[in-house]
Design a protein around this ligand. Structure first.
Ligand code: GLU
Length: 457
């Protein structure tokens, strides 16, 4: 059975690159009727925090990727790791190294002076001498000294690592006894039955080390897939300069998780020229055959476009719930929602338009007034207000207004902005005729008269 995992280290928040890794892992499991698990890699007590782990869980909940079993925390599994470290020591596959920090530093300097790659020299590998006192040893694995390690990567293809170039007897347990990243990842992936390891290609260089550990521990080696990085539009690695990187910031900015996941899918996955993927479709069609080897480019406009699409097309109930989470309730305002959702790029925009349409303007945008109010437009507006009668719906308002303009030999541009400012206080708003249909007769009259008072002094 296919089993995948997402294994974040809780150092701050869930990065959108991390969410893309999680999504691909999730989809690969779902596409193959497999299982998907979440493991919090919180062994680095100095850098990890419970708050950061919670931030990851909150983001997971928001995007609604279901996990198939209890979430595991590496910090609760130290006993297990210790057991496997002991096993490797007992079998002679790992050994204690008593080199002090100073000695290591000294060695590094010598190697650098000789223009050699800094590398542990193996001095305690088969050490028979006296054991130095007062030094707490680290544990090192006996890594192969020559030969090659081949990673048959499901995205990148065959990647060959030469042992001399990349390996030394790397540390698997620090002097305080805590196991290192490469070690715990291998033990957990193996014990948890992870068949397919999917992660960012910043981890590719760890993979040969992990393969050595799988072999030393007699564990089955999983399949590996290393996803190419996401770049900003300038070709540099995605960072805050290009846009938000915290998943929850997207929620606050009014993006729907449906749009964000669809967007992240397309950062690396393509199926002909299809852009819109429902979650159901993603789960059915995901395959690594369609995942690109090269880096993908973050495109903020594309995300906005997808978000606008989902705001327009998801069921009302879904949009109402998403807006509630941002503090606005459309439950009794369906008509308003329908009027506004066609144009909104984000939920924040949708809510702010709703507030504008739903409240009698208390002030007017002075720049808009200076720009659009002149003798012609003012006269036209006054006349329109005098002749205004309530109509049945949006298109009847349009007809009524066009007839008025024709009779007065005037153009819509001389009237429309004033109507807009009168109704909302600002010059950017949904369709004037849609707003007229939505507002009650009394409210329209109040708004018209207020504005009339304003511009006629
Ligand atoms: N915990 C690692 C990270 O957050 C990922 C480990 C892995 O996927 O193998 O970068």
């Amino acid at each position: 059975m296919i089993k995948t995992r997402f294994a974040p280290s809780p150092t701050g928040y869930l990065h959108i690159g991390g969410l893309r890794t999680a999504l691909f892992s999730y989809l690969y499991a779902r596409a193959n009727n497999g299982k998907f698990i979440l493991r919090i890699e919180d062994t680095d007590m100095a850098r990890n925090s419970a708050q950061a782990a919670q931030a990851i869980l909150d983001a997971f909940k928001w995007v609604d990727l279901e996990i198939d079993s209890e979430i595991t925390y590496q910090s609760k599994r130290f006993d297990i790791y210790k057991r496997y470290i002991k096993q490797l020591l007992d079998e002679g596959k790992a050994y204690y190294c008593y080199m002090s920090e100073d000695e290591l530093e000294q060695l590094r300097k010598e190697q650098e002076a000789k223009k050699l790659r800094p590398k542990y020299d193996g001095r305690y590998r088969d050490y028979k001498g006296e054991i130095p006192k007062d030094i707490k040893p680290v544990v090192r694995i006996k890594a192969p000294l020559s030969g090659e390690i081949v990673v048959n990567d499901g995205v990148k293809g065959k990647v060959v690592f030469k042992c001399e170039d990349i390996l030394d007897d790397f540390v698997i347990a620090r002097a305080d006894g805590s196991p290192t990243y490469n070690f715990v990842v291998v033990v957990d992936d193996a014990l948890m039955g992870v068949s397919d390891v999917i992660r960012g290609d910043d981890h590719l260089s760890n993979t040969p080390k992990q393969i050595i550990l799988y072999e030393a521990l007699n564990f089955k080696i999983p399949n590996f897939y290393h996803l190419a990085m996401i770049n900003g539009e300038d070709g540099k690695k995605l960072s805050k300069r290009h846009g938000a990187t915290d998943v929850m910031e997207y929620k606050a900015m009014g993006y729907l998780p449906e749009a964000l996941l669809n967007f992240l899918l397309r950062l690396g996955y393509s199926n002909k020229d299809q852009e819109i993927f429902s979650m159901q479709e993603m789960k059915e069609c995901f395959t690594f055959k369609n995942v690109s080897k090269g880096a993908s480019t973050y495109n903020a406009k594309k995300l906005e476009w997808l978000n606008a699409h989902y705001i327009k097309s998801l069921p009302d109930e879904r949009i109402i719930n998403a807006c509630k989470e941002l503090g606005y309730d459309f439950s009794s305002k369906l008509k308003l929602l329908h009027m506004l959702k066609e144009r909104a790029k984000t939920l924040v925009e949708l809510i702010s338009s709703a507030k504008i349409v739903d409240n009698t303007p208390q002030s007017y945008d002075e720049n808009a007034i200076n720009k659009f109010v002149n003798e012609i437009s003012k006269d036209l507006f006054n006349k329109y207000v005098n002749e205004f009668t309530v109509q049945e719906n949006e298109s009847k308002y349009e007809e009524f207004t066009n007839e008025f303009l024709q009779a007065n030999n005037a153009k819509l541009k001389d009237l429309a902005q004033l109507l807009r400012i009168a109704l909302t206080g600002v010059s950017v708003s949904p369709s004037v005729f849609a707003m007229l249909e939505y507002l009650s007769e009394d409210e329209i009259k109040i708004r018209f008269n207020n504005f009339k008072g304003k511009i006629n002094g």
